[in-house]
Design a protein around this ligand. Structure first.
Ligand code: ADP
Ligand code: GLC
Length: 477
């Protein structure tokens, strides 16, 4: 049994902005099921919600600040959670990283810098809890300074840094290095310095004993300039200590046979009931109710990563193709406005909900025939897996985890019963339109479509296998 300190800035159902939270909510659970001794540590944000009781555990002093650590458990699990309670930094309303206008909180470097320092105190058991981890598993830039600080300690736990997204690096002006009081040994080009700035993510990429990312394909992609954002050289240099482990999904939360958030549950044997969700979805979005019209859905952060610009360019053509399109998301204000304008122009075809809505996300997964995910890059992606599990055929671009989890529909993949979606290559509106046309042809072939749905629903996206891979890695280290 390993002792693992799992470090993250978000974890579902406590607090979530994206897939990072889904993963950090479910991977620790899966590790506990593999009998590991795991503690998750996370800032105690104002918006953090839990149904479990919370108790004071201990306090510590770091950088002349008094910090409390509170203890709770993850709802519906045995995972112990340590909440870092420092209201001056974490008791901000709403999103953990940005204000209501979508602008980063001005003191994010200080907020996550302090978080990392506290994690180190806990990891070295200088907090007298008689619990010293074997492994400290960090996730994304907010936790990047942990491996860096720990590299300076004697008799320290091993560190793993998981990259969920190279596009977010935690870059701050060089002066931050002084205000954070960073040890001088860490400040050089082979350390935390990046083009005269301080890079949090480099702390993970340079100093962690092992780096993982969330799909094998993305692990290779980030070693190239297109996906590495200037860090491809470093990642290539570290390639012997870099691997991809595909995310799993929470099979209990995403189960069409029990889902409380959808209009009608269904399974492989009652697939016909799926259409009741389609009707509910059309009603919910104020679209004409018609089971014959193919309904395409999308849920996600409205940012360039997700290929939203490609979709916006395609929509005027899509409305001529006899389909409907629903979207739930929020993000870039420009994208939000363009999408809302298109919905006003084509009210019988396009319906947009700007916002964040868990329950509606479930209904979209269940009620759509097709899920659109034309990402420019996608470290793993979860929605394409939720879709397949719900018998909703994903259209994806061949990148990152999308390439690793969706099998294109071709004569040979239909024959060997693996076809589970539509995969296209080029990040261009024309390639996306071609993929949609190809999908509509398949949709009209009812038997073929149903075979694709069943192939998709039968795929194994459970955490179990991935958690085993992480465990094997912990043991190898
Ligand atoms: P990313 O982490 O890059 O945003 P993922 O596909 O890994 O992408 O995970 C996104 C997660 O966030 C999914 O669980 C998805 O359902 C959820 N999500 C994103 N936007 C919304 C939204 N507007 N409402 C509800 N859920 C959302
Ligand atoms: C990131 C990525 C997404 C991935 C998620 C969880 O947010 O954008 O592709 O699924 O992290 O690892």
């Amino acid at each position: 049994m390993k002792k693992i300190l799992f470090v993250t800035s978000e974890a579902h159902p406590l607090i979530k902005t994206g897939g990072l939270a889904d993963v950090c909510g479910s991977l620790p659970k899966a590790l506990v099921e593999l009998s590991q001794d795991i503690r998750l540590i996370i800032p105690n944000y104002q918006a953090l919600e839990t149904t479990e009781s919370v108790r004071f555990l201990f306090s510590l002093r770091v950088d002349n600040r008094n910090i409390n650590i509170l203890e709770t458990t993850m709802p519906d699990s045995q995972v112990i959670v340590w909440l870092v309670d420092y209201p001056a930094y974490y008791n901000y309303p709403g999103n953990p990283y940005v204000d209501e206008q979508g602008k980063s909180w001005l003191n994010n470097a200080e907020r996550f810098g302090l978080f990392c320092r506290i994690v180190v105190e806990v990891a070295m058991d200088r907090v007298h809890q008689d619990w010293k981890p074997d492994i400290v598993h960090c996730n994304d830039w907010q936790t990047g300074l942990v491996p860096a600080f720990l590299s300076l300690e004697h008799d320290r736990p091993l560190t793993i840094f998981t990259i969920h997204n190279m596009a977010y690096q935690g870059i701050f002006p060089a002066s931050t290095a002084t205000s954070l009081n960073l040890p001088g040994q860490l400040w050089h080009l082979g350390g935390l310095e990046f083009h005269d700035n301080l890079s949090f993510i480099k702390g993970g990429l340079v100093y962690a004993d092992y780096i993982t990312t969330v799909s094998p394909t993305y692990a290779l992609e980030i070693q190239t300039p297109e996906y590495g954002y200037g860090l491809e050289g470093l990642l290539e240099y570290r390639k012997e200590s870099l691997g991809g482990i595909i995310n799993g999904i929470d099979l209990e939360q995403w189960d069409s046979t029990t889902d409380q958030a959808i209009a009608q549950t269904y399974s492989e044997t009652t697939l016909a009931n799926k259409k009741l969700n389609k009707i509910a979805l059309q009603e919910r979005f104020g679209l004409p109710v018609n089971d014959d019209v193919p309904l395409l859905g999308l849920i996600g952060r409205l940012v360039e990563q997700k290929g939203i610009d490609l979709i916006i360019e395609c929509l005027p053509d899509m409305v001529t193709m006899g389909l409907q399109f629903v979207l739930l998301g929020s993000g870039d204000k420009g994208f939000e406005k363009q999408l809302k304008d298109l919905a006003l122009l084509y009210p019988d075809t396009i319906a947009i909900t700007i916002g964040y809505d868990e329950a509606l996300a479930h209904l979209i997964e269940a009620g759509s025939d097709v899920f659109l995910m034309p990402s420019r890059f996608e470290p793993c992606g979860l929605n394409q897996m939720y879709s397949q599990r719900y018998g909703t055929i994903p259209i994806v671009r061949k990148t990152g985890g999308l390439a690793d989890t969706v099998t294109d529909t071709l004569p040979e993949t239909l024959a060997n019963e693996t076809a589970s979606g539509i995969v296209f290559n080029e990040a261009s509106p024309s390639a996306l339109l071609e993929a949609i046309k190809r999908t509509l042809v398949l949709y009209s072939l009812t038997d073929t479509w149903e075979k694709m749905q069943l192939n998709a629903m039968r795929k194994d996206f459970s955490w179990h296998r991935s958690a085993q891979e992480y465990l094997a890695l912990y043991e190898k280290l």
